[in-house]
Design a protein around this ligand. Structure first.
Ligand code: BG6
Length: 455
């Protein structure tokens, strides 16, 4: 297999892709013969470049010396169409090129997708219909509906849909894969999974990190395009979709699309930018890009029309944490000795992976007091070994031609439709400057009330 990364000097490669490839190799999941081409613009000796990459990867890699024998540095400017001639010669000179799987990972800003894909096809590196040639497109796929549509049309003229992998790494996360199992493999949840019984649902993804070196990309995206259009909407779709007629990939995606098409938002939306953002590398001094967003959304369907979905994401928060919290309605049953608390089901995505269910019972003792209780399941603690990092799982799926955890075009299209509207309305909303998360959480609380207990 030849695995080529465009954008090899970027954050994604060092933070996620290299650790995932290393781990797959260590777990004997990579083909016996594989090469990883790292494409970068700067002039480096191969050895020096690989050392440079290693220095940026966090964690322990005891077998790095063996792993690095599979790495190659390819110096080229991928925006120069002529550079692909030499790259093609290089690729085709690899022993057994014809019989190898060839996977190209476009870890670049989306505006480069059309030109890289066209150049790969134009130089015979990706051949339409040849299932050995596959391209993975990092999210976001496009900058808005219009560009996403044009990229998609262009790609479908160049290659088959089955050669296209539009990645959203949240779908590879253990607990996101768990959502459908929890919902559909348990009698206790599905029958109460609606507005009749669920008061509201909160989906949040907070990060401690700032944009760091990614200013050039991030400032053109902002939290709406970077996190909401993909990760949060995909999570919402899994939580809210109706039961598919069968648990196959196509039917599941059909149901997710129905949810995304019925998404509506309710004003106000809350936007913030952390103090210090304007001094980050690559950020214009007058940037209005949001690094925090809070949205109240509804799914306009029979099942959900009265349940708000709160979506919240931000950078430079107190810590990294992500979860889905489903808050059920109050029980009608009142005890003299206290009112039962609302039941919640929390699907913890990060840092811990797990599930927690709160319910009410009798406090121990002679008196009869209602007391909230919690059932807590830690996924990582009970599973032997580590759960696979999302990128490991997804890269392995590409190797095995399995696109079920990748996004289909119509999911992306319906997500962009709503994000485009939000982007327009954003210009009328204030952009709060925040020092830390408490200021933004206070704003959300003043708009939406006490659901914040769970954040
Ligand atoms: C990426 C975003 O898709 O997801 C980043 O571009 C964000 O801005 C990251 O930091 C969060 O993913 P994870 O898996 O680290 O929670």
């Amino acid at each position: 297999m030849i695995f080529t990364i465009f954008g090899a000097t970027g954050d994604l490669t060092t933070k996620k892709l290299m650790p995932a490839l290393y781990k797959l190799h260590e777990d004997d999941q990579m083909p016996t013969h594989f090469l990883v081409n790292l494409i970068g613009r700067q002039i480096y000796e191969e050895e020096a470049f690989i050392e440079h990459i290693r220095a940026q990867i966090e964690g322990n890699y005891p077998n790095w010396d063996e792993f690095k024998t599979h790495l190659r540095y390819i110096q080229m400017d991928f925006t120069d169409p002529d550079a692909y001639v030499a790259f093609a010669e290089h690729m085709m000179s690899v022993a057994g090129y014809e019989s190898q799987e060839r996977i190209y990972y476009l870890a670049t800003a989306p505006r480069f997708f059309p030109m890289i894909a066209s150049a790969l096809v134009g130089n015979g590196l990706v051949v339409k219909g040849n299932m050995r040639d596959k391209i993975i497109f990092e999210k976001p796929f496009g900058e808005n509906l219009e560009t996403a549509k044009s990229y998609n049309q262009l790609l479908l003229g160049l290659i088959e849909e089955s050669q296209i992998y539009r990645i959203d790494h949240y779908l590879g996360k253990e607990m996101l894969q768990n959502v459908l199992m929890v919902r559909f493999a348990n009698k206790i949840f599905e029958s109460i999974w609606d507005s009749e019984n669920i008061e509201h649902i909160t989906i949040y993804a907070f990060e401690k990190e700032t944009v760091k070196q990614r200013g050039g990309y991030y400032d053109r995206s902002g939290a709406l395009r970077d996190m909401v259009q993909n990760h949060l909407f995909q999570t919402l779709a899994l939580v809210a979709m109706d039961s598919p007629n069968g648990l196959n990939d196509r039917l599941i995606k059909d149901e997710k699309v129905k949810v995304l098409e019925k998404l509506e938002f309710s004003s106000p939306m809350i936007f913030g930018q952390y103090k210090g953002y304007l001094s980050e590398k690559g950020i214009p001094s007058d940037s209005k890009t949001e690094t925090f967003v809070g949205l109240k959304m509804f799914v306009n369907s029979r099942r959900w029309s009265r349940t708000p979905f709160y979506l919240v994401t931000g950078k430079k928060m107190k810590d990294k944490r992500a979860a889905v919290v489903i808050t059920f309605k109050e029980s009608n049953c009142f005890f003299e000795s206290g009112q039962p608390a609302k039941n919640t089901l929390t699907i913890e995505i990060a840092p811990r992976e797990g599930l927690a269910l709160t319910f009410n019972g009798k406090a121990p003792g002679l008196q009869s007091y209602v007391m909230p209780m919690k059932m807590d399941y830690c996924h990582l603690c009970n599973v032997v070994g580590n759960t696979p990092e999302a990128y490991e799982k997804l890269i392995l799926d590409v190797i095995h031609d399995d696109a079920s955890l990748f996004t289909r075009w119509d999911e992306i299209e319906s997500s962009w439709k709503i994000i485009d509207q939000l982007e327009q309305l954003k210009t009328y909303e204030p952009l709060y400057q925040y020092e830390d998360e408490s200021e933004m959480l206070a704003k959300l609380k003043s708009e939406w009330g006490d659901f914040l207990t769970y954040l």
